[in-house]
Design a protein around this ligand. Structure first.
Ligand code: CP
Ligand code: NVA
Length: 307
């Protein structure tokens, strides 16, 4: 039975921790140039309907290091851009490839792709979630701090795909999360309701100071995500006071770490001095996309099914 990586809430804590274990091993092998060609001869199709630097490079390099091949496909230059149904694309790709990574707008579209594919599908970001990023983020926290489940995590900014994914993570892993968003920019109501039902320890507030006080992990993202560029100015006004800067950082725990999935708008949601400062683990976080996604692909593509 094939398994997909569409949303963290589809997985158990034990399954995700097994991915972290594999990631430790693969990262060590990568650093020492020890071969680990777990996906020899396999091909990952990468479908992009939005821009990317980190996701594209890390999946492509990751497949190469695992002994396989990655195929970059932009929807504009395939028949998908001309309206070929997702369910047909799913079956065609399943006949040629061993896995699909897709970055698109709607979560429903990747669920449809996964339903009609008989090869694993990985979510490389939708408007709703960015699960690979959160796995890299948590792996980075684990590398820097002991007892990652006992830390206080804090989200400051937009209630976007990253915020929704942090809520899922708090629910699955059981750690404390504070989410501070301006009024009108709260996380998805279905995601919030599901986390509440699961008993997640999450504080929702419109006060960034309340969220940041004593936090071990401070996290933010751009105020206007891909597809929201026309709202940039209106959002910049609404998000005044939600910047991670030295003053907000001073309220957090003295050993806190700061994260950002990147790309960042320096001087908007986060200052240059925080990104470059001693609490920032932002560039280790970015590198870990490579290692975590290799572990995800190796885990999923072992379940490769024939149909
Ligand atoms: N963080 C992230 O997904 O970056 P890209 O948009 O560059 O892939
Ligand atoms: N929230 C951002 C994340 C980019 C990696 C976006 O969707 O554009």
């Amino acid at each position: 039975m094939k398994k997909d990586f569409l949303c963290l809430s589809d997985w158990t804590r034990e399954e995700l921790e097994a991915i972290f274990e594999l990631c430790h091993d693969l990262k060590a092998k990568t650093k020492s140039y020890e071969p680990h060609r777990l996906l020899e001869g396999q091909t990952l199709a990468m479908i992009f309907e939005k821009s990317s630097t980190r996701t594209r490079i890390s999946f492509e390099v990751g497949m190469s290091q695992l002994g396989g091949h990655a195929l970059f496909l932009h929807s504009d230059t395939t028949q998908m851009g001309r309206g070929e149904p997702i369910k047909d694309t799913a079956r065609i790709m399943s006949g040629y490839c061993d896995g699909i990574m897709i970055r698109t707008f709607s979560q429903a579209a990747i669920e449809e792709l996964a339903k009609y594919s008989w090869i694993p599908v990985i979510n490389g970001l939708t408007d709703m979630y960015h699960p690979c990023q959160i796995m890299a983020d948590l792996f980075t926290v684990i590398e820097h701090k002991e007892h990652y489940r006992e830390l206080k995590y804090c989200w400051i900014g937009d209630g976007n795909n990253m915020a929704n994914s942090w809520i899922n993570a708090a629910s699955v892993f059981g750690f404390e999360l504070r989410v501070a968003t301006p009024k009108g920019y709260e996380p998805d109501t279905m995601v919030v309701a599901r986390a509440k039902k699961a008993g997640a320890k999450i504080l929702y507030t419109n006060d960034p100071v309340e969220a940041a006080r004593g936090a071990d992990v401070l996290n933010t993202d751009v105020w206007a995500s891909m597809g929201q560029e026309s709202e940039q100015q209106e959002r910049a006004k609404a998000f005044t006071g939600y910047q991670i800067n030295d003053e907000l950082l001073a309220l957090a725990d003295s050993d806190c770490v700061v994260m950002h999935c990147l790309p960042a708008h320096r001087g908007e949601e986060i200052t240059d001095s925080v990104i470059e400062g001693k609490h920032s683990i932002i560039f280790q976080e970015a590198e870990n996309r490579l290692h975590v996604q290799k572990a995800i692909m190796a885990t999923l593509m072992e379940f490769k099914a024939c149909n």
